[in-house]
Design a binder for this molecule. Structure first.
Ligand SMILES: [Zn+2]
Length: 329
């Protein structure tokens, strides 16, 4: 995350309650040493953590916000505050390594250079392997004064229970569609279809914004078109696998998993949260075929997440062949 910003970071409109709860603890000097910010990816947990850190470090906060003027805010605006550490997997790594956690523990143990709070953000916390997590436990058990550890996670169940139990959990559920749409509308060009963006981002507003910024919506629309062409026999699995080599395999799998989940829940609940073309497609096949296909997508996703490095073209071909099979069954 790039911390150099032109303005102080503020919480998002749907984070009012969480902010109030933590601010009350802070004002009453009851802030715990570690907070676990838990909730789906793309709802703004990183933004919240940064806003909170800037607020706690500010010399003269007003109305529950950092002032943006003081020396500490100056450091934070430049992204160079010596007492704020941000720990994330290094580039291309999936895990937070033990050396990174050791560095963090050491930093937390030292006196704050600016005399205020020392804050460490660990994101995503589930990226810690068992050794990293054990290294962190020590500083959770013997915290030093004026330190705050913010652990961010999309998957709290993947954290060691001993880590979870030493943190106070603050939940960040998905905001309502109304809240997300209102917020997106203030940020996107007026011709943008915010409903479609939010739909493709599975209701996660920051993920929707990211889709817009990297032309993700166009890419997803192309995936959609291509896949429908495949299952109606207008393009072969082989050609499509080749065509899709430009896309990240993880993106394709996430998209297909979302589409299949929508089809399945639409069938179960009798609702139609997906386009007509997909509904017609689903009507041609049995629900158990959709479940089997979703299973294959999830298995491949899991193996990628565990660090497997399959032959992309072969893996895609197999999945696309299975798609044809299942939709024609
Ligand atoms: Zn300030």
């Amino acid at each position: 995350m790039d911390h150099a910003e032109s303005a102080i970071t503020i919480k998002l409109p749907w984070q009012e309650q969480q902010w109030q709860r933590i601010d009350d603890l802070f004002q009453n000097k009851k802030l715990p040493h570690a907070l676990l910010l838990a909730g789906p990816n793309g709802v703004g947990k990183q933004r919240f953590a940064l806003a909170l850190a800037q607020y706690f470090m500010c010399e003269s906060p007003s109305q529950g916000m950092a002032c943006g003027q003081c020396r500490q805010c100056g450091f934070n605006l430049a992204g160079t505050h010596p007492d704020l550490k941000w720990v994330a997997p290094e580039e291309k790594a999936r895990q937070i390594k033990i050396d990174q956690v050791r560095g963090l523990v050491e930093a937390l143990g030292q006196t704050a250079q600016q005399g205020g709070y020392k804050i460490c953000v660990l994101s995503p916390a589930e990226a810690m392997n068992i050794n990293s997590a054990n290294a962190l436990l020590k500083s959770l058990e013997e915290p030093t004064a004026n330190t705050l550890l913010l652990l961010l996670t999309d998957a709290p169940s993947q954290l060691l229970p001993t880590i979870r139990s030493r943190c106070q959990t603050v939940n960040f559920p998905l905001p309502s569609a109304e809240q997300s749409l209102a917020w997106l509308n203030t940020l996107v060009p007026s011709h943008t279809s915010v409903d479609e963006l939010l739909y493709e981002a599975a209701g996660r507003p920051l993920a929707a914004l990211e889709l817009l910024e990297n032309e993700g919506l166009e890419r997803l629309q192309q995936l959609n078109k291509d896949y429908l062409a495949l299952v109606s026999g207008r393009i072969s699995a082989l050609s499509l696998a080749e065509k899709w080599l430009d896309h990240e395999l993880g993106d394709i799998l996430a998209w297909l998993s979302r589409q299949l989940s929508r089809l399945i829940s639409g069938r179960v609940a009798g609702t139609a949260d997906i386009s007509d073309a997909w509904q017609q497609l689903a009507a041609k096949t049995e629900p158990q075929n959709l479940f089997k296909l979703l299973d294959s997508v999830n298995q491949l996703t899991n193996s990628l997440n565990r660090g497997a490095n399959p032959n992309r073209q072969l893996a895609l071909e197999e999945l696309l062949l299975e798609s044809c099979e299942k939709f024609y069954n």
